[in-house]
Design a binder for this molecule. Structure first.
Ligand code: XCC
Ligand code: SF4
Length: 633
């Protein structure tokens, strides 16, 4: 494959060449081998929901217009989308549930984890209506777990408590009117799978409404729940200074990469890497160097300042450096190819979860009970592995960028409070009103090999900040922007005049000796809930609905089903959500029209599909201006 087409990340071409020279194929090569990809799949017109199929609908109207059972293009595409969104929601809810179980174990006295953020505990307790006066920490945690477990046990029609407690009234009313308020999240996931089996729902509108409901399941029983509980256990992020890109690997250190999503594992690896530093030194290394890939990378970056190694699409190339002594993974976005590639080097690949095993990898079971033991074992495995590193196979790129990150809502409010201690949101709102900040856009989501790696994220964001749009970011989008230097305060130079003035004012008030970066890193993909919280806070302040704000979301290079469910949640929140990759629904013009047009009148948000970053930026800016006009700004 032509190297210049792969990525805009400067480390990729050399590593890709190294892989080729060593006879290793990567995601880029396998993508090429898949061409041309199936047009029925691309447009969502293939159904395999029963064994009479697969059935395919001819998008050009010449061949079959119905599956064997009679399902039409609109039924098949809507059903497929609902299944994808349900899978995405299931991944996040399962993630949150794992953290919930640990919170319960903390109340029961486990020694593996503890409560790090009492403040957040109280704040979440308050939202859930728990009276914290005269109660011990343990009692509060116990009561909190009971309330949350009740959501999962609820067998009736009562909407999820966690959603009700965290949503603005106007949104709740809109969702109720549409009949999309979720009940027990597990039940919604089960029902959606049932609803999409053969011979069930054949009404595309009903299927799309269910899709929105599953988006809300993700937003509140997945994202919001996971983030809140993780903050309680591991602390709420505060600004950190660190670095991003594979240049953070170090030649004379034991290099450990954490990859996956749930901080239950990665936080422990951070802890034990620090504690076992001396053992690494005894083994001849200068110490232990940790770096992160994908969202678990974001989690330990936000809370521990651990540098980012790289994002989704370059996970294999991290191993190709020959300098990774061990990569430990938990769940989600882990390419099965890693084992085969690690086998070409001294790199040890370690899986830890019962639902993620990869032939060729070593498996160290990780549970709350074994957390410390397993983490020590893994770090020691890395130290052993370091001694087997083959210097002849090592190539560590030099590139890395400075990163200022850690912008939880709490951190943003704290920074703004330096400008106005009594009314911290006011400076932000005033600057939006005055037009210094035209609007706010969240760029989120993955890399997708169909898009030149990181290119869409970076080009879109450069256009936005140039036009005074403040950008907040999470996920692999955050990695892309970090690597491109957009989280270096110096990048404020690329911002328009109004935005730059605001960033400088906040930076100066906080004694940063310069501006804030124009792109604020708000965390992992579950941390999209932080963006939701910020949106709700601003909307409440202005006494409007989130749907009225001059804001938008964008997933420029998304690939995962989780991105589809997050996007659906954002639309349900009333936010226009741009997609840079065409979703597999265009086989039905009706389904496409509902998602990209009609949805707006129903719920305030809609999807906006545009595969050109410059046109997308223009479209988003136009949307923001229209929203400003409606608010008389
Ligand atoms: Fe995975 Fe979360 Fe997508 Fe990156 S952004 S490819 S989901 S790691 Ni979440
Ligand atoms: Fe074909 Fe209908 Fe079976 Fe789908 S459910 S595979 S459209 S017969």
């Amino acid at each position: 494959m032509d190297k210049s087409k792969l990525s805009v990340d400067p480390v990729i071409p050399n590593l890709y060449r190294k892989a080729r020279e060593e006879g290793i194929s990567t995601v880029f090569d396998r993508y090429e081998a898949q061409q041309p990809q199936c047009g029925f799949g691309l447009t969502g017109l293939c159904c395999r929901h029963c064994v009479q199929g697969p059935c395919r609908i001819d998008p050009f109207g010449e061949g079959p217009q119905a599956g064997i059972c009679g399902a039409t293009a609109e039924v098949i595409t809507a059903r497929n989308l609902l299944r994808q969104v349900t899978a995405g929601a299931a991944a996040h809810v399962d993630h949150a549930y794992d953290v919930l179980e640990v919170l319960e174990q903390i109340a029961q006295g486990t020694e593996s984890y503890s409560i790090k953020d009492q403040e957040k505990l109280k704040q979440v307790a308050f939202t859930l209506g728990i009276d914290t006066a005269n109660k011990t920490e343990q009692e509060i945690v116990e009561e909190m777990c009971q309330i949350i477990y009740r959501d999962f046990a609820n067998s009736g029609a009562t909407p999820m408590t966690y959603l009700k407690a965290n949503s603005p009234r106007e949104r709740l009313e809109t969702w109720e009117k549409l009949g999309v308020l979720p009940r027990n999240p597990d039940r919604e996931i089960r029902e959606a799978l049932h609803q999409t089996t053969m011979g069930m729902d054949a009404d595309p509108v009903n299927l799309i409404l269910k899709t929105i409901r599953l988006g809300l399941v993700d937003g509140f029983a997945g994202l919001k729940l996971a983030t809140d509980l993780q903050d309680i256990i591991f602390g709420t992020p505060q600004p950190v200074v660190t670095e991003a890109n594979l240049g953070v690997l170090k030649e004379d250190y034991v290099n450990i990469i954490v990859h996956g999503h749930v901080p239950l594992l990665s936080e422990k690896i951070v802890e034990w890497s620090r504690k076992l530093e001396d053992e690494a030194k005894k083994a001849g290394a200068k110490g232990i160097n940790l770096a992160g890939i994908c969202c678990t990378g974001n989690e330990v970056l936000m809370r521990q300042g651990v540098p980012l190694a790289t994002n989704f699409l370059a996970q294999e190339l991290a191993i190709i450096t020959g300098a990774v002594d061990l990569m430990v993974v938990d769940v989600q976005c882990i390419m099965p190819s890693l084992a085969e590639i690690a086998a070409c080097y001294h790199t040890r690949l370690v899986t830890t979860m019962p639902i993620v095993k990869i032939p060729g990898a070593e498996h160290v079971p990780f549970t709350t009970e074994t957390a410390d033991e397993a983490s020590q074992q893994i770090v020691r495995m890395a130290i052993e592995s370091y001694q087997k590193r083959n210097p002849a196979k090592v190539y560590i790129p030099r590139e890395k960028a400075k990163v200022v990150a850690g912008f939880s809502v709490e951190a943003i409010v704290k920074a703004l409070a330096k400008l106005n201690p009594d009314d911290p949101l006011k400076p932000l709102i005033d600057n939006i009103v005055s037009g210094n900040i035209l609007g706010v856009v969240a760029t989120v989501g993955c890399n997708n090999v169909k898009v030149k790696h990181d290119w869409f994220h970076i080009e879109l964001v450069k256009e936005l900040i140039k036009n005074n749009v403040l950008v907040v970011t999470t996920g692999c989008s955050a990695h892309a922007l970090a690597k491109a230097g957009l989280m270096d305060p110096a990048a404020a130079e690329w911002a328009g005049e109004g935005l730059r003035a605001v960033l400088t004012a906040i930076g100066t008030a906080n004694d940063l000796g310069g501006p804030l970066p124009p792109v604020l890193h708000m965390g992992s993909c579950v941390d999209n809930s932080r963006i939701g919280d910020l949106v709700i806070a601003v909307a409440n302040y202005l006494k409007v609905s989130p749907k009225d704000l001059p804001i938008a979301a964008s997933a420029p290079e998304y690939q995962h089903e989780k991105a589809l469910s997050i996007g659906t949640w954002a639309v349900a929140m009333g936010i226009m959500t741009h997609l840079g990759v065409v979703p597999p629904v265009v086989g039905s013009s009706k389904v496409t029209r509902i998602l990209t047009q009609d949805a707006e009148a129903l719920i305030g948000g809609k999807f906006y599909v545009e595969t050109d970053p410059y046109k997308a930026a223009a479209g988003i800016i136009e949307h923001i201006k229209a929203k400003r006009a409606l608010l008389n700004l």
